[in-house]
Ligand binder design. Sequence first.
Ligand SMILES: [Zn+2]
Length: 63
Amino acid sequence: MKVCKNCHRIYESAGVCPQCPDGKNSDFSERFNSSALVLDPEKSQIAKKLGFKTAGMYAIKVR
Ligand SMILES: [Zn+2]
């Protein structure tokens, strides 16, 4: 599991993060504390608070 340090999206494996604005972020971490599954970013409080824009697994804290 890898986490994009910029947007916190969790991937099985990744080279670059397709979700980040420029689609070029390759700064990933394998160390994160807790994760959240966002099904509907429009209705999810945690998605709004942390700025998650699409459905998926996200890390709450990336180290
Ligand atoms: Zn990202």
